[in-house]
Design a binder for this molecule. Structure first.
Ligand SMILES: [Zn+2]
Length: 232
């Protein structure tokens, strides 16, 4: 791609809707979280800030010069900020590289899912039904593709990586949110199990999504398989 291909393309209305929804109406800088709608009816102060600028020459432009105009207009390349944070990230872009801003988006997505996208159950039975499905799906992937010492060739390793990213990590995130939101349904020992599971899930995510191989590799706690289960 040449620089000329990065023609400025405006964000579509669906992209904008997606972004406002993702932000939950708050600045996506985790150190700020200003309420973007709290000022006056029919008016908000939110700004849509490009991570890699819409056209060449702006802040962070040199980080990924190969991006096309269309890629720059995708919601993945835009962060929702209050006017102050927008000004700051563009005045000192070296302090706010693309990876940092993408991290802000991920945290904002997680916060929104925890607050608004997680079911609250009134009984252990209902909660168990919900978690059972996710645990079952993860177990199936592990049994089919998981790392086993004797048969872990490149093909299997590649499939495992793909399924971890597409199935296990999203399911783990949902499980963690459900356990957090429904914490009062858990016994004392189940709370401890959930904590070990959280460490395991976090490390798995760091390895696979952030390519950070330094954290430990806490194993999936077997007690998770029967969490919220009551022996009748
Ligand atoms: Zn802000």
């Amino acid at each position: 791609m040449t620089e000329k291909s990065a023609k400025r393309i405006a964000l579509s209305q669906p992209a904008k809707d997606w972004l406002w929804s993702e932000s939950g109406g708050h600045c996506q800088n985790p150190d700020c979280r200003a309420d973007l709608y709290g000022f006056a009816e029919q008016k908000h102060i939110g700004e849509l800030a490009h991570i890699i600028p819409a056209s060449m020459g702006g802040p962070r432009s040199a980080e990924e010069p190969e991006l096309t105009g269309r890629e720059r207009a995708r919601p993945e390349n835009v962060v929702v900020l209050c006017p102050t944070c927008h000004t700051v990230i563009d005045k000192v872009p070296e302090e706010y590289p693309a990876d940092v801003l993408r991290g802000w988006k991920r945290r904002s997505q997680k916060a929104r899912a925890l607050a608004h996208g997680t079911p609250m159950f009134s009984s252990r039975l209902e909660a168990r039904k919900f978690v059972e499905e996710l645990l079952g799906a993860n177990r199936a992937v592990f049994d089919l593709y998981g790392p086993l010492d004797d048969v872990f060739d490149d093909t299997r390793a590649e499939q495992w990586r793909r399924h971890v990213e597409n199935t296990i990590i999203p399911n783990n995130q949902t499980l963690l949110r459900v356990l957090q939101v429904n914490r009062e349904l858990l016994s004392r020992s189940e709370k401890a199990t959930a904590q070990i599971f959280a460490v395991h899930a976090q490390e798995l995510e760091e390895r696979h999504l952030e390519g950070n191989w330094t954290p430990g590799s806490t194993r999936f706690p077997n007690a998770m398989e029967s969490i919220l289960e009551d022996k009748g």
